[in-house]
Design a protein around this ligand. Structure first.
Ligand code: ADP
Ligand code: MG
Length: 260
């Protein structure tokens, strides 16, 4: 993959003058288990991790290891069995359902493996929606603003000629480019991408990865990506591996494998 980048960027100080080393995402004792036929199946076990603002963190691990579960917990889509998720000064796991939904809507951008666009909305409407929701979207000026931001982003992902097209008329790669624009339009604190190229052919996947990395980096956003694409590793600030319910750095994981 060729990106206009020379390795990981340094961590940017936060704009509001708070401690630049304070993590944006803090996981403490994060545990998720499922009850199955009377026995407990532990997917994630007492995970502690810090991810700083502006970082790009990659999440590796074989299928079924818990990557999606972890991303869904960080994004407030799922609730843990035990432990805490903090994003900046907010304890997500302390919020009630309504406040969690609002937090997620306002501060998180998601890119999923299967795009998850709304089929009855055009590309432009799909991308405008998070921005409109965040600003309550009632006033005409806010609608215009949302549309302007959405248009800008759709241009950035090369879809200026497909703005009024519905998802079922777009290719997989085009749908994922719409999804990337949608994940960024409301200027979230954090972007979570769950195998964003998992449903695309290799060339299209590379284009999508390149766009996702460039756009998040240019916006100074924190990105956590679960992936099977090893070519993103050189661009990451942190590479984690989920194995047997634990989150370890890739270096620790490789060392442990050599000892076996
Ligand atoms: P990955 O994304 O790494 O492929 P997942 O996070 O989707 O893995 O799944 C991790 C484990 O959690 C798997 O063993 C899966 O079967 C289990 N799991 C996920 N969701 C549920 C659920 N709703 N009920 C029971 N087990 C689940
Ligand atoms: Mg998954």
């Amino acid at each position: 993959m060729t990106l206009n980048a020379s390795g990981p960027e340094p961590v940017r100080p936060t704009a509001n003058g708070t401690d630049p080393n304070a993590p944006l995402v803090k996981l403490r004792g994060l545990t998720k288990s499922y009850e199955e036929a009377g026995t407990s199946h532990i997917v994630l076990h007492a995970i502690d991790a810090d991810i700083r603002e502006g970082e790009f963190a990659v999440l590796l691990g074989k299928s079924g290891s818990g990557k999606s579960t972890l991303l869904n917990l960080i994004g407030g889509i799922d609730v843990p069995t035990a432990g805490e998720v903090w994003i900046k000064d907010t304890c997500l796991t302390c919020l009630d359902e309504r406040h969690l939904t609002l937090f997620r809507r306002d501060h998180i951008g998601f890119v999923f493996q299967f795009f998850n666009l709304i089929p009855t909305l055009t590309a432009l409407e799909n991308v405008s929606l998070p921005y409109e929701l965040r600003r309550a979207g009632k006033k005409e000026t806010e609608k215009k603003e949302a549309e302007k931001s959405a248009r800008n982003l759709l241009e950035r992902v090369g879809l200026e000629s497909r703005m009024n097209t519905y998802p079922d008329k777009l290719s997989g790669g085009e749908q994922q480019r719409v999804a990337i624009a949608r994940a960024l339009v409301h200027r979230p604190l954090l972007i979570l991408a769950d195998e964003p190229t998992g449903n695309l052919d290799e060339d299209t996947g590379q284009t999508v990865l390149k766009l996702l990395l460039e756009l998040t980096r240019d916006a100074g956003k924190t990105l956590i990506m679960a992936t099977h694409s090893p070519e993103v590793v050189p661009y990451a600030n942190m590479v984690y591996h989920i194995s047997e319910g634990k989150l370890v750095t890739e270096i620790e994981y490789q060392k442990a494998k050599q000892r076996q």
